[in-house]
Design a protein. Structure first.
Length: 307
């Protein structure tokens, strides 16, 4: 067959390719699918925005679901751990974190995809989460993605050098900065000076792109007519969990009437895919998470107290 086009990886694709390859090489993944009935939950979500005329202040369903996931992780703290593991010596350490920092992929106005770190989402109200997300989008739209991601990549490379990964460091520097088709192009001269004159509070920095303690992706927002759900989901090391929020779907569901009799109704189901690092977690470790989410979706009025 004839090749009609070649597209060389930019820095964003290089970083994603490297991280996901490392994920599948190192992590024994176990994935589960959670499918709650969110018919009444979505009605409560709509109530959160009653009387709100400012579109930027409206609380999205995505934000409420992220809040629910964070509430579940609070009662299953092992899900918010990062891991240090040396396979040769068979030594491992779980690092428990006092905040839930969510790595959240988002699509920018340019069409580019960027994963940002939404810090301390577990302690924020829905209003604070909405403000934080909107502010991150605002700053992202002022940012040069190649420049931000090169900062992060360079920091990771130097960290590897400090940890004795000399050959890895040399290969990365060669692959990104040597002249040729694969060179990573960053700003220089007046353009660089102008860009870095933008105050840090008005653009993304390394702090916004660094690894969180878990990753939550909203696949449903990318394709709202999605049928089914994500089955394979990579965990980005050293994180030990990842979540995919799929599109809400209408399905026939067994429910009970006021007399306790079972019947079939068409209800709205929200599949949530959960991946765990089996070195760190067993199924029993995440049962409290499922029970907490069951409690939330069965008593959805609780979302009003999160506002």
């Amino acid at each position: 067959m004839a090749i009609y086009k070649k597209e060389h990886f930019g820095i964003a694709r290089k970083i994603v390719s490297n991280m996901t390859s490392e994920s599948w090489e190192q992590i024994p993944h176990a994935t589960l699918n959670y499918e709650p009935d969110v018919t009444e939950f979505l009605k409560e979500c709509k109530k959160l925005n009653e009387g709100c005329t400012d579109k930027s202040k409206k609380i999205t369903i995505n934000t409420v679901v992220i809040k629910a996931i964070c509430e579940g992780m609070k009662v299953a703290p092992k899900m918010n751990c990062t891991i240090d593991f040396n396979r040769k010596l068979v030594r491992g350490t779980l690092n428990y974190h006092d905040s839930i920092d969510v790595s959240m992929p988002m699509i920018l106005h340019t069409g580019e995809m960027m994963t940002v770190n939404m810090h301390d989402m577990g302690s924020k109200t829905l209003t604070e989460m909405t403000d934080a997300i909107n502010d991150t989008v605002r700053r992202a739209n002022n940012s040069d993605m190649n420049e931000v991601m090169f900062e992060v990549s360079l920091d990771n490379t130097l960290t590897g050098l400090k940890n004795g990964k000399i050959m890895q460091t040399l290969r990365r520097l060669y692959g990104s900065k040597m002249p040729g088709k694969h060179k990573v192009h960053t700003l220089s001269g007046e353009k660089k000076k102008k860009y870095y004159s933008i105050p840090k509070e008005d653009r993304l920095t390394k702090h916004d792109i660094e690894q969180g303690t878990t990753t939550i992706s909203n696949l449903g927002s990318v394709y709202r007519d999605q049928k089914g759900c994500c089955l394979l989901l990579e965990i980005i090391p050293p994180q030990t969990t990842a979540f995919a929020i799929n599109a809400a779907q209408r399905r026939p569901t067994v429910v009970k009437d006021e007399n306790g009799n079972e019947k079939i109704e068409v209800r709205t189901i929200l599949p949530i895919t959960i991946a765990i690092d089996h070195r760190s977690l067993d199924y029993g470790d995440i049962v409290p998470f499922f029970k907490k989410l069951d409690e939330i979706f069965e008593n959805p009025s609780v979302v009003q107290s999160w506002k």
